[in-house]
Design a protein around this ligand. Structure first.
Ligand SMILES: NC(=O)c1ccc[n+]([C@@H]2O[C@H](COP(=O)([O-])OP(=O)(O)OC[C@H]3O[C@@H](n4cnc5c(N)ncnc54)[C@H](O)[C@@H]3O)[C@@H](O)[C@H]2O)c1
Ligand SMILES: O=c1ccn([C@@H]2O[C@H](COP(=O)(O)OP(=O)(O)O[C@H]3O[C@H](CO)[C@@H](O)[C@H](O)[C@H]3O)[C@@H](O)[C@H]2O)c(=O)[nH]1
Length: 430
């Protein structure tokens, strides 16, 4: 089933990836956004977010005449067969998902959607949103389908084109099947279900991942207190196929644009139906404590006080391979360090130029971050940090201490360069 006329509303991480990938699968795609500058840049094939392979797909789609970008959605949807909503659903006051943008787009397009068109929520939206959109659109001739997205930032194109599964839910089965057919070439397992269940899959998956990480971070702390090694412990756990090796890496806590807001939103939804969810509550509060634990490690490494102490930071993005700072645990740790009086100089390979509003000085090379610092603190697991010239780092640092909040570095390599290494859930080295 090819050459469907698809409209994707929102050209962020999800929308742009969806548009470019669907075009690469042979569909005709129009992507709309409210940001005129972004639309102009994308129309020229310029992609400003850091996603491997995305710029190439966008350029190929434009060149093949299968991908175009327009300002505003109402004009774009007039002859659409399928409209994907990929707009933000940020955390609202009280922790719930703020659906204002989703609803405003639905209002904007409801009168112009052609008969037989399918409106698809790819944004992460709470259970009941499809039903609410059906009412808001008020068009019995337009079906509403939930098709949550599971891509990860930093590997968005790869994840979209190689999905573990496709989930499509609707109370109109025929519409769900039409949406599922768009992905047929990907050959992924497909879960066809009702709208509420599809919406629930997304939250259940993200909250499970967050719980797994909070659990692993707690086990790491226990390892530290009991003299066990978290790296060996997680390896031993992960060989159990029921557990798996993925998502077992301890760190400064989980963050990003999704897990924090989605855990808060599910908790709020649970409260609304008077369901007590202490497990999820503990997952969230353990994550806040994790950032404080990292700060305590740095304070300890610096002899008890950070007042006026210069620290070098490696990494600020919420994980490696992205330029996204939204809800970054690294940034949160940096803020907490700055609040204790530390003077911060940071390097992150994903950030170019100025990042206004950060409590630190951003430099363009890791050795400048280390220069004159009382400790070097690794906060994001960029691959290139593994192969730094540690002898040079040792020469730049004022005190030979590295705090590795991701257990990302080779402690022996640091020891050989005369540095001491402190990780998470492992015995310090050097
Ligand atoms: N980022 C991820 O890894 C990821 C993965 C899966 C699901 N999601 C979900 O997908 C949704 C979008 O996330 P994102 O990270 O792509 O967001 P984003 O902030 O990167 O992009 C959103 C885009 O929507 C545009 N926009 C805002 N209002 C608009 C409107 N009224 N009409 C048209 N465009 C509008 C913005 O200009 C922006 O380009 C959210 O619900 C998120 O939870 C995100
Ligand atoms: O072993 C691990 C794995 C991840 N993280 C941290 O967990 C957070 C989230 O990481 P990841 O899940 O890779 O990032 P996202 O791109 O936000 O992807 C999540 O959120 C998306 C938006 O909903 C979903 O689509 C994805 O399936 C889901 O993995 C980051 O701070 C990571 O550093 C760890 O600390 N240890």
């Amino acid at each position: 089933m090819f050459a469907r006329r698809i409209v994707v509303v929102g050209t962020g991480y999800v929308g742009l990836t969806t548009g470019a990938c669907l075009a690469s699968l042979g569909h005709r795609v129009v992507c709309s956004d409210v940001n005129a500058e972004k639309v102009a840049q994308l129309s020229r094939g310029e992609v400003r977010i850091h996603e491997p392979g995305l710029a190439e797909l966008v350029q190929e789609g434009i060149a093949a005449g299968r991908l175009e970008f327009v300002l505003g959605s109402a004009g774009a949807v007039a002859d659409a067969e399928v409209v994907f909503l990929c707009v933000p659903t940020p955390m609202g006051s009280g922790g719930g998902a703020d659906l204002a943008v989703v609803e405003s787009v639905a209002r904007e397009v409801r009168e112009v959607l052609p008969t037989g068109c399918v409106l698809v929520t790819k944004s992460t939206v709470p259970v009941g949103t499809s039903a609410r959109l059906r009412e808001l659109v008020g068009r019995p001739d337009v079906a509403v389908v939930s098709n949550p997205e599971f891509l990860r930032e930093g590997s968005a194109v790869h994840d979209f084109l190689n999905p573990d599964r496709i989930v499509v839910g609707s109370d109109t089965q025929d519409a769900a099947e039409r949406v599922a057919a768009l992905y047929a070439r990907l050959g992924a397992p497909t879960v066809l279900t009702d709208a509420a269940s599809a919406e629930m899959v997304k939250y259940a998956a993200n909250c499970f991942l967050a719980t797994k990480l909070s659990y692993v971070n707690a086990i790491a702390e226990l390892c530290e207190r009991l003299g066990a090694d978290i790296t060996d412990v997680t390896e031993g756990m992960g060989y159990d196929r029921r557990i798996g090796q993925a998502f077992l890496q301890p760190g400064p806590g989980w963050g990003g644009s999704c897990l924090p807001k989605d855990t808060a939103a599910l908790l709020q939804v649970a409260e609304a139906v008077e369901f007590d969810f202490p497990l999820l509550q503990a997952t969230i509060s353990a994550n806040a404590r994790q950032r404080e634990r990292m700060v305590a490690k740095v304070v300890d490494a610096c002899g008890g006080s950070l007042d006026g102490v210069r620290l070098g930071l490696l990494g600020l993005t919420f994980k490696a391979g992205t330029d996204d700072l939204r809800d970054s645990p690294a940034l949160e740790v940096a803020r907490l360090l700055a609040a204790r009086g530390a003077e911060l100089v940071a390097f992150d390979p994903g950030l170019r130029g100025d990042e206004p509003g950060l409590p630190l000085t951003l430099v363009d090379d890791p050795y400048r971050a280390a220069k004159g610092a009382a400790a070097l603190v690794l906060l994001t697991e960029w691959q290139e940090f593994r192969t730094l010239d540690w002898t040079r780092v040792a020469q730049e640092l004022e005190a030979p201490v590295v705090v590795d909040t991701r257990n990302h570095l080779d402690p022996d390599a640091l020891r050989r360069a005369g540095l001491s290494w402190r990780g998470v859930g492992r015995t310090p080295v050097g």
